[in-house]
Ligand binder design. Structure first.
Ligand code: 5GP
Ligand code: ZN
Length: 116
């Protein structure tokens, strides 16, 4: 399972260490190594998908699971009431750096809108 050269596949396989906050058969969530907020969690499918623009209707369930995991982790991390942001960057203009689909869960501070 997973792409040999993909950082997040290697994290999913635990070849590379991460601070895991949630895991089930299809989803892994771990602390971002360079946090941009007091709460900054990355939520990934264990299955390799490059990016949002590669999603197909078959991925509807896994994408839903990522969002539901984010909601549960936000509550567990204590930002349910204060609020949080979930972000998926796709390609260059959004600044996607890791080409394994991931959802950022950010919370614990106020975020500006529109985003930078
Ligand atoms: P992107 O810009 O692709 O949406 O975000 C990639 C995120 O992955 C960045 O927030 C970055 O800090 C995080 N990241 C990159 N390498 C690692 C790593 O080895 N471990 C962890 N936990 N996070 C990483
Ligand atoms: Zn991957």
């Amino acid at each position: 399972m997973g792409k040999q050269d993909c950082l997040f596949c290697r994290i999913a396989k635990k070849d590379i260490q991460s601070k895991i906050v949630f895991e089930d058969s299809q989803v892994l969530a771990f602390e971002d190594v360079n946090p941009q907020a007091p709460v900054h969690i990355l939520i990934i499918p264990k299955e390799h998908i490059d990016k949002v623009s590669d999603l197909t209707p078959e991925h509807a369930e896994i994408v839903g699971r990522l969002v539901l995991a984010a909601k549960d982790i936000a509550a567990k991390k204590g930002v349910k009431e204060s609020g949080y942001r979930i972000v998926m960057n796709c390609n260059k203009d959004a600044g996607q750096a890791v080409f394994h689909l991931h959802l950022h869960l950010l919370g614990g501070r106020k975020f500006s809108w529109p985003p930078g």
